[in-house]
Design a protein around this ligand. Structure first.
Ligand SMILES: *[C@@H]1O[C@H](CO)[C@@H](O)[C@H](O)[C@H]1NC(C)=O
Ligand SMILES: *[C@@H]1O[C@H](CO)[C@@H](O)[C@H](O)[C@H]1NC(C)=O
Length: 465
């Protein structure tokens, strides 16, 4: 036990290393189709909108260590309200376990930056707790009220002239976005929903912002064909982490009483950028460039009908706004390790010898044990399937940009299910191995072989552990 704890501490030191994001001095050249071409296709780009504006805001996590995702979503809600959207046109998904969490130093309040004001007040509780599901999320987008279970029943009841904005914040991995019940939004399903929405003729244009690790993989090679009138940006490309910010000890730091990160770098970058500019004169493309300059620890990406990015923010966010001053954060922490910061801070702050300290230590050890279990079993499965020589390489293969993660999505889902049956939930940390399971599919491995290898690798493990 002592060596494990020592290992945990060593690991913690190495993973909570804080990266200093440098501002990109070179600037970005706008690589766009000509404004003339844009005008040709969009006759009425005078910043005014014919139809209604709709928004879907969704935080995919739960737990105080993930404070920041729900904070991002609440903050986005406040922005849209301030810009003039009505509650009846904003659908919010959040687990809602933060504001009154026992760890929250300011009960009933959520902030999204060190000096930020409360962003929780007034947020509609459309889908909270167990109602935050993939099924409800998809049916809200599709406006399919009959298929909703639980929640407020609010859906995007949009018409052909309407504009839709969707913002997701949480953990992700290759081809998936996380949900609070440890299920996944698979990229192929999400793109199918978007194509279906397009086919129903119930929007004019749709903008999708995603904060998640490897979020580029949600659209790379998948948001096709172009012409769906969808423009998307993601916090990271298909193979890299996205980053948390306003963390304890960061630059600037969360207030001392907070032992969790308050925001995510891409998310606060686009929200604060919107607050700092007039939405009637700033375009989505300008916002993309501004966010890219600030969130330099990853590659902020854009996909789909890039021509739509010549739209003004007001087309999606509304027209009224107050002005703020931008305060770019300078440090960020890898999404996948930001939860450790919380548990580590809790451990560090607890008095020596107290029950609280023992409890915090137990939590840390459990988290690290789960990580080690997942690491070891995936590696072992790779070795069993492909041999120790090439196993690790096969699992880590990254396909070229523009090619989806996997050809057979059904296979991927079955591989994940098979692993989880024998080895337990991947959960937040284990999501990073989705690419390995995709590679197992791409290598033509049959489910039966995967089941055998998983059973062998995780012998003695109960899936409900
Ligand atoms: C927060 O407010 C304090 C005191 O007013 C100030 O010193 C600090 O620079 C502010 N920090 C940020 C990130 O705005
Ligand atoms: C994605 O990000 C990784 C890590 O930062 C980088 O090595 C890779 O070149 C990027 N790929 C693309 C297609 O931008």
């Amino acid at each position: 036990m002592t060596t494990l704890v020592a290992g945990v501490l060593l690991l913690l030191l190495s993973v909570t290393g804080i990266v200093t994001a440098q501002r990109d001095a070179t600037g970005d050249v706008l690589r766009l189709v000509s404004p003339e071409a844009y005008k040709f296709f969009h006759q009425s780009d005078d910043g005014r909108v014919g139809g209604s504006r709709w928004a879907v805001l969704i935080a995919g996590s739960r737990g105080y260590e993930n404070y920041r995702h729900q904070a991002d979503v609440c903050h986005a809600y406040q922005l849209l309200r301030k810009c003039g959207l009505k509650d009846e046109n904003i659908v919010v998904f959040m687990y809602d376990d933060i504001a009154y969490n026992e760890n929250n130093p300011r009960p009933g309040i959520i902030i999204n930056s060190p000096n930020g004001s409360d962003v929780y007040h007034g947020v509609p509780k459309d889908y909270t707790g167990d109602d935050v599901t993939v099924n409800n999320f998809f049916n809200v987008i599709l406006g399919n009220k009959a298929a909703i279970t639980g929640g407020s029943g609010k859906v995007v009841n949009s018409g052909p002239n309407d504009h839709i904005f969707i913002f997701y914040s949480d953990h992700g991995a290759s081809g998936v976005l996380g949900m609070p019940d440890d299920s996944y939004i698979y990229a192929n399903d999400l793109n199918w929903v978007l194509r279906k929405k397009h086919a129903s003729g119930t929007y004019k244009s749709l903008v999708f912002y995603i904060e998640a690790c490897e979020s580029g993989s949600i659209f790379d090679g998948l948001l096709d064909p172009k012409g769906l009138n969808i423009y998307a940006t993601t916090a990271s490309n298909a193979t890299e982490s996205s980053w948390a910010t306003y963390c304890p000890g960061g630059q600037p730091s969360a207030p001392p009483e907070y032992d969790t990160c308050l925001g995510d770098l891409y998310s606060v970058a686009w929200i604060e950028d919107s607050e700092a500019h007039d939405p009637r004169t700033e375009t989505l493309q300008q916002q993309y460039q501004n966010v890219k300059k600030r969130a330099t620890t990853s590659h902020v990406m854009q996909y789909g009908d890039i021509v739509l990015s010549l739209d003004h923010l007001s087309v999606y966010f509304g027209e009224n706004t107050a002005k703020y001053n931008l305060q770019p954060p300078t440090t960020a922490i890898n999404q996948r390790d930001a939860d450790l910061v919380h548990f580590w801070e809790k451990y560090r702050k607890a008095p020596e010898g107290s029950a609280k300290k023992a409890e915090a230590q137990k939590q840390l050890v459990e988290i690290m044990s789960h990580r080690m279990h997942i690491d070891t079993s995936v590696k072992l499965i790779g070795n069993l399937l492909f041999g120790t020589e090439i196993g690790p390489d096969v699992l880590n293969v990254v396909r070229p940009a523009g090619q989806p993660l996997v050809d057979d999505w059904k296979c991927l889902k079955e591989m994940v299910k098979t692993f989880e049956t024998h080895c337990g939930k991947l959960a937040q940390y284990g999501m990073k191995y989705i690419r390995s399971f995709a590679n197992i599919c791409n290598a033509g491995i049959q489910i039966e072989h995967m089941a055998e290898a998983s059973a062998q690798a995780c012998v003695g493990i109960h899936a409900d552990h």
